[in-house]
Design a protein around this ligand. Structure first.
Ligand SMILES: Nc1ncnc2c1ncn2[C@@H]1O[C@H](COP(=O)(O)OP(=O)(O)OP(=O)(O)O)[C@@H](O)[C@H]1O
Length: 292
């Protein structure tokens, strides 16, 4: 009898707002143990999931599952790039942008059952200044909010909205030069988002037309955000019609360069990543296999 495929679940106990869920018991109960063997490993610190994922791939696990939110997905995905293992997701974060884009069930029992007999597909991967991202990366206000969110004490959509409203009162855009598709554009950067998948998480659609397998990033530019436009952007994020609203400008590209006079903060899959004055954003076509 051929050996059963092996799945390694990597659980980030710090992810999400509902930490009481008993993930090991749910896996015992809902995984089809006649179809797959599994291991469960816990992260002990930020960045640990990348190491565990790389080791699991080297040990021959067919699928390595990020049990957490987009931060955990980013770490596991980073660890799996260039390996033969596919990434699965059990969504347990507060936003779950990539899981929602890939239509992974948000209820853990259903997501676990699906891992017993997944469908394997490949997806594109983005990179900003050498750091891989799987869902979105960006400069400006969204990065600033992710920095404030990290120290807000609570998580979830409510905290995110509260922090964004507070910071909106004082945030100032910065001048940048953007080069893409053989064109150079001088503009202000309130938000410059690079979307591999369509949403930030929580069904906030920054680039609803993004296709994770098209070999292109959807680039969304908002140069200024006066109140009326801010209301339209918020509605556009919620309704998924931001491209049609006229409140943001869109491009698609495989390679983008950004130069700024003053340092600008950036985020990688929703986690604040520091400041820089030069950015190179690239797309790696179909660089990761996913189990969905
Ligand atoms: N054992 C740990 N202790 C503390 N932090 C950890 C641990 N393991 C991972 N982390 C960090 O926890 C952070 C939050 O995780 P994650 O992004 O998965 O959840 P989330 O923020 O609730 O979800 P989302 O990104 O979907 O909103 C990640 O940046 C990750 O590096």
């Amino acid at each position: 009898m051929p050996a059963k495929p092996r799945i390694c679940f990597i659980l980030n106990p710090a992810s999400g707002t509902n930490r009481a869920q008993d993930v090991p018991a749910l896996i015992e109960q809902h995984l089809d143990h006649s179809a797959v063997d599994h291991a469960l490993r816990l992260t002990a610190y930020a960045g640990h999931a990348e190491e565990i994922a790389r080791t699991a791939a080297a040990e021959g696990f067919r699928t390595v599952v990020a049990v957490g939110g987009d931060g955990t997905v980013n770490e596991v995905g980073r660890g799996l790039l260039g390996t033969n293992a596919a990434m699965g997701i059990l969504p347990r974060g507060s936003g779950n942008g990539l899981a929602r884009h890939l239509e992974v069930p948000l209820a853990l029992p259903a997501a676990i059952r699906r891992m017993s007999q997944p469908e394997f597909q490949r997806m594109d991967v983005g990179r900003i200044n050498g750091r891989p991202f799987f869902c979105t990366a960006g400069l400006g206000f969204d990065a600033h909010v992710s920095k404030c969110f990290a120290t807000a004490g609570t998580r979830g959509l409510g905290t995110y909205v509260r922090v964004a409203l507070r910071e909106y009162r004082t945030f100032q855009p910065k001048p940048i030069t953007v080069t893409l598709n053989n064109r150079t554009l001088t503009t202000d950067c309130y938000v410059l988002a690079f979307a591999n998948a369509g949403q930030y998480g929580n069904n906030a659609y920054i680039a609803p037309r993004a296709d994770i397998r098209d070999g292109l990033l959807d680039v969304c530019l908002i140069d200024a955000l006066p109140l009326r436009r801010a209301v339209r952007v918020a509605l556009g994020l919620a309704l998924g019609d931001l491209p049609q609203s006229g409140a943001a400008v869109y491009h698609t590209s495989r390679h983008v360069l950004v130069e700024a006079v003053a340092p600008i903060g950036f985020h990688v899959d929703g986690d604040y990543a520091g400041e820089a004055t030069s950015f190179e954003i690239e797309l790696l076509p179909l660089a990761l296999e996913v189990a969905v």
